[in-house]
Design a binder for this molecule. Structure first.
Ligand code: HEC
Length: 124
């Protein structure tokens, strides 16, 4: 079940990334489950991201973080351009996906992918 879930998430992730990155004129995909604000609250204020980079998260929590970052990626920030937003948010989705898939070095990758201040300066 867990392996199936991870594969399904990775498949979802790659299809959504591919649609967005390959399309010459990227459009906003289906309405995400959480707004960017809700993602920030659930992933950051409530400490889920910290738990994952601390290496203390369960498989379900890692998958939950990936889900939140997919919503972040699919969301539209109030400030900034959508294509720049996808470039800023994309690496976090990819890194969170690698954490779910158990790739070596993925936690480190997730740490560098989430540059809170750089992204807030531009899009918040
Ligand atoms: C890819 C871009 C991006 C990254 C990376 C990012 N944020 Fe945010 N964050 C935003 C945007 C955009 C908003 C404004 C959301 C809104 O109000 O619509 C925001 C808002 C917030 C808020 C305010 C939420 C609220 O309730 O109003 C907090 C807290 C926050 N971020 C924490 C963090 C922390 C901590 C990190 C790093 C671990 C982080 N964010 C990384 C884009 C980002």
């Amino acid at each position: 079940m867990r392996i199936f879930l991870s594969c399904a998430l990775v498949a979802l992730l790659s299809s959504s990334l591919a649609t967005n990155l390959i399309g010459a004129n990227p459009t906003a995909p289906a309405e995400p489950e959480n707004t960017i604000k809700e993602v920030m609250k659930k992933a950051h204020k409530e400490g889920l991201h910290k738990k994952v980079i601390g290496g203390e998260a369960s498989a379900e929590e890692k998958a939950a973080l990936l889900g939140l970052y997919i919503d972040m990626f699919e969301g539209t920030p109030k400030k900034g351009e959508r294509d720049e937003w996808m470039m800023a948010a994309g690496p976090a989705v990819l890194a969170a996906g690698k954490v779910v898939a158990g790739r070596e070095g993925s936690i480190e990758e997730l740490k560098t992918a989430m540059d809170c201040k750089a992204c807030h300066d531009k899009f918040k």
